[in-house]
Design a protein around this ligand. Sequence first.
Ligand SMILES: [Zn+2]
Ligand SMILES: [Zn+2]
Ligand SMILES: [Zn+2]
Length: 138
Amino acid sequence: MDTRPSRQTRQKEAVLRSLVDSGRSLAPAEILELARAEVPTLNLSTVYRQLRTLHEEAQVVRVDLPGQAARFEAPCSHAPVRGHAHHHHHFHCTACDRVFPIHGCPGGIERLAPAGFRVEQHELTLRGRCADCAGAAA
Ligand SMILES: [Zn+2]
Ligand SMILES: [Zn+2]
Ligand SMILES: [Zn+2]
C-alpha cells in the first residue's frame, strides 16, 4: 500500500509551513513563492484552494487590512494578556508591501470612544518602512 502523503496533503503542508516559517502575514502570491521551494508544481489556484481549506479548519487566520487584498497568517502562539485573548496588530511596509504582525496592543483605546459608546473590538495598522527598507533608504 502507498503510504506517501497525497499530493493534496503535501500542498497543504507546504502552504502552512510557509506561513509558520515566515512569521509574517502573507499574500497568496508570497505563499506561492515560498511553498514552491517544497512543491514545485504549486500554482496560485492551488494555493487559494488550500488556504480556503486551512481557513475552514481554523489552521490559518485571515488578515484584512483596509484597502488591501486578504493576507493570511499562522495562528499566533503568544499567550493571552491579562485574561484577554491575545490579539495582535500589523505593520504594513509601504515600500515592499510586506505585512508583519505586532504582538502587542497599547490598550486603553476604548477611552477614545464617545461617552456611552461601548467598543467591542479594534484594529490597528502601523504603516511605514520595515527594517530592510528603512536601512536601504539610509
Ligand atoms: Zn519593507
Ligand atoms: Zn500575536
Ligand atoms: Zn489591540
